[in-house]
Design a protein around this ligand. Structure first.
Ligand code: PHE
Ligand code: CO
Length: 295
C-alpha cells in the first residue's frame, strides 16, 4: 500500500488556507515513529490530568470505556471493535480535511473520519488543523455515548440537506457544529464541564473555557448560535452551555429549512456580543480579545 499523504494547511501570503483531501486510507500504523508515539503519550497524559474535574462525566466515562492508552497511538481497527459494538460508529483514516459534502455523508452513515498523522513535537501546544490527537482523543470518545452518537449522525444528515439549500444554510449549520461539537460546555449538578472536542484536546483552552474571566458563557439557544460568528485562531470569546445531550438532540430535531430562511434576513452576531435575549451564565470581561478576525 502507498504511504498516505499528510495534508496540512497551506501557508500563503494571505495566511493559512485549508487544503482538502477526499480519499479514505488504511491507518499506516507500522509507519509511526517513536516521536509520534511519544507525542501521543505526552498529550494523552497531560490532557487526562487537565480534564479530571473539567471534562463532562459522559466524556470521561466514554474515554475509559474505549480503552485508549497513553503508551502508543491506538489502532483504529482495535477502537472500531469497541465502538461498533457500542453505537455502530466506525472510524476511517483520512489524510486531512474532507470536502464538506463528503464529511456530512460519512457522518450520516456513522463513519467518523480520523486524520492518520499526528502533530510534530514543535506543535505540541497548538496546531491549526485537526490531527490524530484532536480527532481521536477529542472527538471519538463521545461517539461511544448513544445520545451524542445520534446527534452526530443527525448532524451529518442535516449537513447533506443544508448543502443542497445553499451557502447561508451551511454557514448557519457550521456555527452550530462549532459551538457544540467543537466548543460546547455542559452544566452538571456540580458545575460547568467541557464536552467540545476543540477544548478537550487543548490544555490552554480547557483551563480558559472554565476558569478565565474573559469569555461569555451563555445558555444554549439554537437560532442565536446559528447567527454567531466565531474565532478560528484564538480562544473563543463565547461558549454556549447545554444542560444535557438530550436537550441538544431535542432542540435540533425540527426541520431547519424555515429557520435558515428566517436567519438569512438577519445580521450575524459578533463572536463576543451579549444580547438582551441571552441567558447569561457569565458575562466576559473581554480581556485579551482581538477586535477583529471573527469568521
Ligand atoms: N434537524 C436538522 C435539519 O432539519 C438536522 C440536524 C440535526 C442538524 C442535528 C444538526 C444537528 O436540518
Ligand atoms: Co474537530
Amino acid at each position: 500500500m502507498n504511504q498516505p499523504r499528510r495534508v496540512e494547511n497551506l501557508q500563503t501570503d494571505k495566511g493559512k488556507v485549508p487544503v482538502y483531501a477526499t480519499g479514505i486510507i488504511e491507518q499506516p500504523w507500522d509507519g509511526y515513529s517513536d516521536d509520534d508515539h511519544a507525542t501521543w503519550a505526552t498529550l494523552y497524559a497531560r490532557q487526562r490530568e487537565v480534564l479530571a474535574g473539567r471534562a463532562s462525566r459522559e466524556f470521561l466515562e466514554a474515554q475509559d470505556a474505549m480503552g485508549m492508552t497513553p503508551d502508543r497511538i491506538p489502532k483504529f481497527s482495535e477502537l472500531n471493535t469497541v465502538l461498533e459494538a457500542a453505537t455502530g460508529w466506525t472510524l476511517m483514516g483520512v489524510e486531512g480535511l474532507l470536502p464538506e459534502l463528503d464529511f456530512f455523508d460519512h457522518l450520516a452513515n456513522r463513519r467518523f473520519p480520523v486524520t492518520w498523522w499526528i502533530r510534530r513535537p514543535d506543535q505540541i501546544d497548538y496546531i491549526e488543523e485537526p490531527d490524530l490527537f484532536h480527532d481521536l482523543f477529542g472527538h471519538v470518545p463521545l461517539l461511544m455515548n448513544p445520545v451524542f452518537g445520534d446527534y452526530m449522525a443527525a448532524y451529518g444528515r442535516g449537513g447533506v440537506k443544508a448543502h443542497g439549500i445553499g451557502a447561508n444554510a451551511l454557514q448557519n449549520l457550521t456555527r452550530l457544529y462549532w459551538y457544540t461539537v467543537e466548543f460546547g460546555l455542559i452544566r452538571q449538578d456540580d458545575g460547568l464541564r467541557i464536552y467540545g472536542s476543540g477544548i478537550v484536546s487543548s490544555k490552554g483552552e480547557s483551563i480558559h473555557a472554565l476558569e478565565s474571566d474573559a469569555p461569555n458563557r451563555i445558555g444554549f439557544d439554537l437560532e442565536r448560535i446559528m447567527r454567531t460568528r466565531y474565532r478560528i485562531d484564538d480562544f473563543q470569546k463565547t461558549y454556549f452551555v447545554i444542560d444535557s445531550f438530550d436537550q441538544l438532540i431535542q432542540a435540533t430535531e425540527p426541520d431547519f429549512t424555515p429557520i435558515y430562511a428566517r436567519l438569512a434576513e438577519l445580521e450575524s452576531v459578533p463572536a463576543g456580543s451579549v444580547l438582551d435575549t441571552d441567558t447569561v451564565h457569565t458575562r466576559g470581561s473581554g480581556v485579551g480579545w482581538a477586535s477583529d478576525g471573527d469568521v
